[in-house]
Design a protein around this ligand. Structure first.
Ligand code: SF4
Length: 306
């Protein structure tokens, strides 16, 4: 190769037919995007290059990503920008509530980047967002999807649980064997303990967690993760296909078929989750509003049987 020879481009992996999604072109999509820009809000839908953005934003369902657009971790599966984040936006809680009001959301999902640089890991911003939502759109149910609050989880969970979100989600993401390569800044058992402590502090809050498949995990390892989640009394499991956001990220090692997802879902239900969502395009916040209604109904049915 001479100095002028361009470097070969890393190959993009071809997706199976069941992963194909339509390009986002609707009016609802354009309006949601314009509103997020106007309110200076970030969404995980855009930052994580979610394949469902066309469908969700057409219905004006968007997941707000608070605490900026820059993450202090660099997980091998995640498309969110890494680096030194900017100062926390004091207007973000009210802007998030304004977005929920404008979109007419019955259920909202709030997530964040990891903020290991902040003394509380960003927990107080979650609390402020929950409080702003309760003031502005009191009928909107609230689901939060938090980071692991490394070394600060105890205090973070206590303060957030006191603000009483309806659903507390924290994703385990993958099987413990793959943490060193896929989620190197996190600890599997610390994440499990975080979820367990939410239930210990307030059993009325639904807990939820998710895993991606296709990263090289074995089927029995996934079953073990389900058992671990049930030991931590997690109510709701989500499972979806990992997709490589760019060629720099971890490769997809396996495209799990819809039938294999159905088999995982059947096993998970047998293990006692109140609700299971498992399909190639399932993401933590995909159809979260409908799922929340199903979750509530499942709990009521269980209590009626008891
Ligand atoms: S699945 Fe979640 S992250 Fe993806 S577009 Fe829908 S709301 Fe956004």
């Amino acid at each position: 190769m001479t100095d002028m020879t361009p470097l070969p481009r890393p190959e993009r992996q071809r997706k199976p037919d069941w992963i194909r999604v339509k390009a986002p072109t609707s009016v609802g999509f354009a309006e949601t995007k314009a509103m997020m820009r106007r309110l200076n809000l970030n969404t995980v839908c855009e930052e994580a290059a979610c394949p469902n953005i066309g469908e969700c934003w057409t219905k004006k369902h968007a997941t707000v990503m608070i605490l900026g657009d820059t993450c202090t971790r660099a997980c091998a599966f995640c498309n969110v920008k890494t680096g030194m984040p900017r100062a926390v936006d004091a207007l973000e809680p009210q802007h998030t509530a304004d977005a929920a009001a404008e979109l007419g959301l019955e259920h909202i999902v709030i997530t964040s980047v990891d903020r290991d640089d902040l003394p509380d890991g960003g927990a107080s911003q979650f609390v402020k967002v929950i409080q702003a939502l309760r003031r502005t759109t009191p009928k909107t149910t609230i689901e939060i999807l938090t980071p692991d609050f490394r070394n600060k989880a105890q205090a973070a969970v206590e303060s957030i649980v006191e603000a009483r979100p309806d659903v507390y989600n924290h994703n385990l993401e993958t099987v413990p064997r793959l943490y060193p390569t896929i989620r190197p800044g996190a600890r599997y058992y610390a994440s499990l303990r975080l979820l367990e402590s939410v239930k210990r502090h307030d059993p009325s809050i639904f807990t939820k967690s998710g895993v991606m498949v296709g990263l090289g995990e074995e089927r029995l390892e996934v079953h073990q993760v389900m058992d671990d989640m049930r030991s931590a009394d997690i109510d709701f499991l989500t499972m979806g296909q990992y997709l490589q956001p760019t060629p720099r990220h971890a490769k997809v090692l396996d495209f799990v078929t819809p039938q294999a997802f159905d088999a995982y879902a059947a096993i998970a239900r047998a293990k006692g989750f109140l609700l299971v969502a498992a399909s190639p395009l399932t993401r933590s916040s995909y159809h979260a509003g409908d799922d929340f209604a199903a979750l509530r109904a499942a709990r009521e049915a269980k209590l009626a049987r008891a």
